[in-house]
Design a protein around this ligand. Structure first.
Ligand SMILES: [Fe+2]
Ligand SMILES: [Fe+2]
Length: 358
């Protein structure tokens, strides 16, 4: 998140209908044009805008009175928010995953932006445009999908090409595959992220085989395309990203095994040994027992798939952490739990402001 240390001189809220805050305004409401996003907020800026509630906690002040501790979000990032007064009245009116309209003041607290909410109300149906609230790939989904189809079409091993084509040309599957994030929060955690990650991985596979003789690129690419497709059922992504019940209970490896088995069953004479190799690619791609793989990679294509998946997800995760770090001052992010260390954001890239690396 770019968060310029700019002190706004504007001491007034944007003009806003008073009646808008008095509960039952005229209905039905029009869509609120969201013109202020988390990434654009400035220090000491009074704001009046809408957010998605990503988390909601009621905590106690030293006096014992309740206060609200929220994480609010839109497509550009997340923001901590606190509401100190009027909590008993406001708290029951909304929940996590609801959209709310807030008025408040953005301040810097412990080197991070924090919103103090003065007024809050839930948004009514039809007041928000969903596209404003969910992070989405910056790339063109259809262009990426076409590129992936091209890569699959070039696979020479006929049963593997047939398997992948039967997936990608399945309209219901393709629609979900184009929409799903690749993870809940760690990497490519945006709509279209699964496709973006899959395509990136396929390109890495094509590069790496040039360096190692005898690698079966068709098999490696098949692993790359199917290795995370279970995420279309593991993750819920119509509101804030979370796990579905079956995702929580089974995990994406089991789910994609099921999807792939179903498709293979529809292909006449799909070789049994090839099926076992594809299944091994799927179940070993996390590379370690503690990361959920019941078997560790046992042939070079499986090892490469694991390593390249790890590479693509970690590099993209690090880029995202640097891009969205809320710390206002200094060259370092806070301690990052995924990497187990703070990350350096002071490296200038192509003469850009180091904290605004794309
Ligand atoms: Fe995975
Ligand atoms: Fe992956």
């Amino acid at each position: 998140m770019a968060f310029p240390l700019h002190v706004s001189n504007d001491s007034h809220y944007d003009a806003d209908e008073v009646s808008d805050w008095l509960g039952s305004g005229p209905s039905p409401k029009k869509v609120i044009m969201k013109d202020l996003f988390v990434a654009d907020l400035q220090a000491n800026q009074p704001i009046a805008t809408t957010f998605l509630v990503k988390s909601k906690d009621v905590k106690s002040k030293k006096s014992g009175e309740p206060y609200l501790a929220l994480i609010l979000g839109d497509r550009s990032g997340e923001l901590e928010a606190k509401m100190w007064d009027n909590v008993e009245e406001v708290e029951p009116t909304f929940d996590r995953d609801d959209f709310i309209k807030v008025k408040g003041l953005v301040q810097i607290f412990r080197n991070r932006p924090q919103l103090t909410i003065h007024k809050l109300r839930p948004c009514r149906d039809g007041e928000v445009d969903f596209a404003d609230y969910f992070p989405k790939t910056t790339k063109d989904v259809e262009v990426m999908f076409e590129e992936l189809l091209g890569i699959v079409d070039a696979i020479e091993t006929q049963p593997l090409r047939e398997l992948l084509m039967s997936l990608l040309l399945d309209e219901e599957f393709a629609a979900q595959f184009k929409q799903a994030p690749a993870a809940k929060s760690l990497h490519h955690a945006w709509l279209g992220g699964l496709l973006e990650h899959t395509l990136s991985l396929c390109k890495l596979c094509r590069l790496v085989v040039q360096n190692y003789e005898g690698i079966n690129l068709d098999l490696l690419l098949t692993g790359a395309v199917v290795h995370d497709i279970g995420k279309i059922r593991e993750l819920a992504y119509t509101r804030s990203f979370s796990y579905t019940d079956e995702g929580q209970l089974l995990g994406h490896m089991i789910l994609e095994l099921e999807i792939v088995n179903e498709k293979i069953a529809q292909i006449e004479d799909f070789p049994r040994d090839l099926k076992v190799l594809v299944q091994h690619l799927i179940i070993s791609h996390h590379g370690e027992y503690e990361f959920g793989s019941p078997k560790l990679p046992m042939f070079p294509e499986a090892l490469l798939l694991h390593c390249l998946d790890n590479l693509d997800s970690k590099v993209e995760a690090m880029r995202m952490i640097l891009r969205t770090d809320p710390n206002v001052e200094g060259n370092w992010t806070s301690h990052n739990t995924m990497f187990g260390r703070p990350l350096f954001k002071g490296l200038k890239r192509n003469g850009e402001d180091p904290q605004k690396s794309d």
